[in-house]
Design a protein around this ligand. Structure first.
Ligand code: ADP
Ligand code: MG
Length: 255
């Protein structure tokens, strides 16, 4: 599936937050959305997954016009891991992950053997087998994040939208989550806050500044000293990581 966003604009409370952003995620590519806090990443993602209605623009997932499709139709194609995942009611981990099956069911359909198998597999993939019966609200931020990813996996989506999926995680689980996501071999659009991880995992990056695309391209093209200084207001050195390759970023000071 290929995501195409064209000239998307969103204003909130009278302020322009997303300003004519166009972006594309080609078949099976992992695309990162980078930019400082408040630049509009979550707002852009929410208007893609239909929580916010944009003022103008178009969003297509291959042949499907997402802005004109029902939430259920969209959730059959697209899995979402949002930035904040608080709940008012408590569920067990297993119940939370089972909710990922909802888009594929009719009203009052019972959970069947295939659903249980898919849910078990999703829980296993994020390493939470021992937590299946635990209450979701009792989990740490990082564990909750892995449950939400498992729920998205149980949805068996053909495309994933992630909003800072590694936010609360220590480094082992940051790598685990991004490895799992990569191994799915489906298109991914992810807002990420860690530039080195973005460089390591993403095929292509969009750098957002004040609701507009400031730069786009492969990580090496986008993550330059000058751009990072301009967009994030920090001085840094960029270097090639010895032996394993990849892009290293050493921060020096804020500007
Ligand atoms: P990011 O995810 O890049 O940190 P957000 O998309 O969450 O940024 O927010 C972009 C801007 O939109 C911020 O300045 C935020 O305060 C503002 N904003 C978000 N939601 C609303 C709202 N409901 N009303 C007014 N402003 C909002
Ligand atoms: Mg955000």
């Amino acid at each position: 599936m290929e995501l195409n966003v064209r000239d998307l604009s969103v204003s909130l409370g009278g302020a322009s937050i997303v300003n004519k952003i166009s972006l594309q995620v080609q078949e099976k590519k992992f695309v990162g959305l980078l930019g400082p806090n408040g630049c509009g990443k979550s707002t852009l993602l929410k208007s893609i997954y239909k929580v916010i209605k944009p003022d103008e623009g178009q969003v297509h997932l291959s042949g499907t016009d997402l802005l004109k499709s029902s939430p259920k139709a969209v959730s059959q194609l697209m899995g979402v891991v949002g930035q904040f995942n608080d709940l008012s009611f408590d569920f067990t981990v297993r119940e939370m992950v089972m909710m990922g099956r909802t888009p594929h069911k009719k009203l009052l359909d019972a959970d069947n053997a295939a659903d249980f198998r898919i849910v078990d597999e999703a829980i296993r993939k994020v390493g939470l087998e021992a937590y299946s019966s635990r209450s979701y609200l009792s989990l740490s931020g990082g564990e909750k994040q892995r449950v939400i990813l498992a729920r998205a996996l149980a949805q068996q989506p053909q495309f994933l939208v992630l909003d800072e999926p590694t936010n609360h995680l220590d480094v082992k689980y940051q790598l685990q989550i991004l490895n799992i996501v990569r191994s799915l071999n489906i298109g991914v659009l992810a807002a990420l806050h860690d530039l080195s991880l973005a460089a390591k995992y993403c095929d292509y990056l969009y750098l957002i500044k004040k609701g507009k695309v400031a730069a786009r391209g492969e990580p090496k093209e986008v993550l330059t000293r000058e751009r990072i200084a301009d967009v994030f207001e920090v001085e840094c050195e960029i270097y090639d990581i010895p032996v394993t390759g990849g892009l290293g970023i050493a921060y020096l000071a804020s500007k």
